[in-house]
Design a protein around this ligand. Sequence first.
Ligand SMILES: [Zn+2]
Length: 79
Amino acid sequence: MKRKSSSSSHSAKTFVNKNGYRQFKDTGKYVHRHVEEKKLGRPLRPGEVVHHKDGNPLNNSPSNLKVYPNQSTHMKKEH
Ligand SMILES: [Zn+2]
């Protein structure tokens, strides 16, 4: 069986969970965290939180994401 590896879309290998966030089917990793890691060029630390600027958890465009060092800073600044 041949598989095309295209980076054009995440939709074939991801799903939306009951909280409205997109996750990878294979690893269960959140897509927005993956995108932010690519943007930062390093893995996120366990306590770090990725915020969606427009409030839409499915808008995982790099420009819509912002990382906070912890949940309390995230909530204080953005929510
Ligand atoms: Zn947020």
